[in-house]
Design a protein around this ligand. Structure first.
Ligand code: BGC
Length: 375
């Protein structure tokens, strides 16, 4: 009797172990004829992942693309990684079309323009290819299955709070002069970055403790096409001359810039106008780009928001892996991100404020950069 029991237990164990080591279940998601280079026979993933990034001209998307590529490959997947020229919407659309027809079983997309992918993604939906919106939400498409990003509102709030603290606004100091700059109007994140920052700054603008001498306070008026550094610089050069800012002119106390590529344009314009580290306004940013970190070390940018692209990349790999294997990806936000077709379940990673006080620990000790990268 005892022997029979042991045998029965052994059979159960073998069967359940077999189930754990099973090849990914068919999710019905991939109706195409994907050829995998996967040689794993155990828990590894199978299939080809299409990764569409917006541009190679900004540092972060190169990092995001490279991090995801290597993490997906390490998990056993084949990867088709494409960059949409220099923020060229038509290029991104045709690359996604090729991914759909080329047998990708999941698409991971950071949209150039969140509103421009509805038609192409209808093709993904038709083939049951799941789509993960990466960093930026894709609007008006019911093909979007999940969204992985950082807490974008928190990014903006942290920028607003940095200025609030740098100027001592909470203790009633002021009035101070401030200017604002944000990113591309087609990037849905801008609503959250700008909205988050203004949730902190607007009450001070309303009470007169912050004054915006250019008069440009609306999101669209302070937007920057393509998040482009030269365009940001040109707009600030105009503001400097029209308002009369300068080390010997009107005092500029703070600039809320939504990210580093725009902050760099602001810094260039201010330096050209004669500003130095000794009279530099409190300037925010986001991404911890090397160029901005060098500015920070030189006293020409006060803060950046660190969004560890390794964390986001790994999160997306595990989400995609769960989908391929017929499981449920982990999400931590099911209320915030409605793309016009309904709320998209999201995983939000945490952004962290980076200043001279903690950059070594955040960026160097964690292996994100070497000291030499920032010299
Ligand atoms: C990203 C930022 C980035 C910006 C410009 C945004 O969607 O969230 O990290 O700085 O695009 O590339």
């Amino acid at each position: 009797m005892k022997k029979v029991l042991i045998l029965a237990l052994a059979v159960i164990m073998v069967v359940s172990l077999g189930a754990c080591g099973q090849k990914p279940a068919d999710t019905g998601a991939n109706t195409s004829t994907t050829t995998s280079t996967d040689t794993n026979t155990g828990e590894g993933g199978t299939g080809k992942i299409g990764i569409s990034m917006p541009t190679q001209s900004l540092q972060r998307w190169n990092q995001d693309g490279a991090n995801m590529k290597s993490a997906f490959e390490a998990a056993g997947y084949e990867v088709d990684l494409q960059f949409g020229g220099d923020n060229d919407i038509a290029t991104q659309v045709s690359q996604i079309e090729n991914m759909i027809s080329g047998g990708c079983s999941i698409l991971v997309i950071a949209a150039i323009d969140g509103e421009s992918l509805t038609t192409v993604l209808a093709g993904a939906k038709e083939k049951n290819i799941p789509v993960i919106a990466y960093d930026r939400l894709i609007m008006n498409s019911d093909a979007v299955t999940y969204y992985a990003t950082f807490d974008n509102t928190l990014v903006g709030q942290r920028q607003g709070e940095y200025i609030e603290e740098a100027l001592g606004l909470k203790s009633g100091a002021g009035p101070f002069n401030i200017e604002l700059i944000t990113g591309d109007p087609g990037d849905n994140n801008v609503n959250f970055f700008f909205g988050g920052a203004m949730s902190v700054l607007k009450p001070y603008i309303d009470s007169g403790k912050l004054v915006v001498p250019s008069g440009q306070t609306e999101q669209l008026a302070v937007a920057t096409e393509g998040w482009n550094t030269e365009k940001a610089q040109a707009r600030f050069e105009n503001i400097i001359s029209s308002v009369g800012y300068g080390p010997n002119g009107k005092k500029l106390d703070a600039v809320m810039a939504s990210n580093d590529s725009t902050a760099q344009g602001v810094t260039n314009a201010l330096v050209n106008a004669g500003y130095t580290k000794d009279n530099f306004p409190a300037l925010t940013g986001q991404d911890c780009d090397t160029a901005s970190m060098k500015n920070m070390l030189a006293g020409l940018q006060g803060m950046s928001v660190f969004k560890d692209t390794r964390t986001l990349a790994n999160q997306v790999v595990s989400m995609a892996d769960a989908i391929v294997k017929g499981g449920e990806p982990e999400v931590n936000d099911t209320t915030t991100y409605d793309n016009g077709t309904g709320v998209i379940p999201a995983f939000l990673c945490e952004p962290v404020v980076c200043t001279l006080d903690n950059y070594k620990e955040l960026l160097i000790d964690s292996g994100y950069y070497t000291e030499a990268d920032l010299q």
